[in-house]
Design a protein around this ligand. Sequence first.
Ligand SMILES: [Zn+2]
Length: 190
Amino acid sequence: MRCQLCLNISWHPLCKNCLSTILTPTPSKRVLENGLIVYSFYKYSEISNLLHTKHTYHGAKIFSLLSKHAVLPFIKSFTCKDIFSLPIDDHIRSGYSHSAIITKELSKYLRPLYSKLRAKNRTRYSGQKLDVRKKEKRDFTLTCKDNINVILIDDIVTSGNTLIEANEICEKSNVNVLFAIVLADANEDK
Ligand SMILES: [Zn+2]
């Protein structure tokens, strides 16, 4: 196959050269209005073309490669004992779930809680415009044990409303959110 960026022949949809040059992550920290810390690894504009890959197989593979490349080294640097990862609404709609893929790549260090934090409002779709995603209330349900430490996992942060809403239901359910991890930050102000 060919690298989706440079179009050179590659074993993976992103080649080693692109990963180590233009896809070098730039970890950054953002504090949401409720105090929740969000770590991101790319600016949304830098990788938006990749995130909207048309072919499902490539899309899933690209998410997996970027998670391994950018997020995993960050998580490794923590001493993560008994910390759970809680992907946001890891429901499979377009063949795969972004947040579940990121979670899976981190599963050596964080214990995954798949399908526990689900949105009752399912109008969101990965291809949807960012301004639509921003306005939506997700109306989450959480079904996991309490008194645990979790890291929220999502693909993109925009206004932060989804993460704030997820954090709220965790608080209500006695689940302690340490921070959130997303692949890309789409905050236009930055
Ligand atoms: Zn390349």
